[in-house]
Design a protein around this ligand. Sequence first.
Ligand code: PEP
Length: 259
Amino acid sequence: MRTPLVVGNWKMHGGIAEARVLATAIREGLKRPRGVEVAVCPPYTSLAAVAEVLSGSPIAWGGQNCHWEDKGAFTGEIAPGMLAELGCRYVLLGHSERRHTFRETDEEINRKVVAALRHGMRPVLCVGETDEERRQGLTFTVVEGQLRAGWSGLSPEDLARCVLAYEPVWAIGTGANATPAQAAEVHGYLRGLVSEVASKELAQSTRILYGGSVKPDNAQALTQEPDIDGVLVGGASLQAPGFITIAKKSAARSGASKE
Ligand code: PEP
């Protein structure tokens, strides 16, 4: 049983005042979301304010990244315990901007996944191929390597708390989303892999989100695919009305979970 999950990644946009306004509008627009779970990942400086606004509402919040150590001389980094202390339920890990702009390795991402779980958060592990890798027919190879490495060494209990996000790099922030068929093909492959890496049961319960230029007008077609269990939204999560529409259109049609 999989309840679709819609996560807004605000990236490095907006200060505290804007975050309060955006979080308040999302809270008011999604007072009783049916058949969908919703979370937002604001910049670190706005997390406390967003937590205050969303506390007691059905909307969760999370971090956009974290370090693998609990403390130490890591100037500019954020520890997983610091996010957990602010009530973060989720943390995005291995986002393509982290992998490509900040050169994060699979090994580092795995350590972050382990650290997030240790602090009671649910890691949203992002995987996805570049345009060039897709052209070379390497899509499955790339996402398989990222998934196996990112989840390396996790116990079945840990795996049960993990979320996956397929985010083709060529679709992020470009306006060119993967078609539902393209996304569904990779999601099906990933679900098969989860079955192999973990178990059939886990493959049935793991949520695999799609991310990459999701907008109000393509969310429904994407999430209607049986293996697409929600969306990770960047740019379109910065406008409350559009994000609310995306959440509503991603809800399981009958209000029930996907099986
Ligand atoms: C993202 O940052 O995870 C993302 C999918 O961005 P966008 O929706 O803007 O493509």
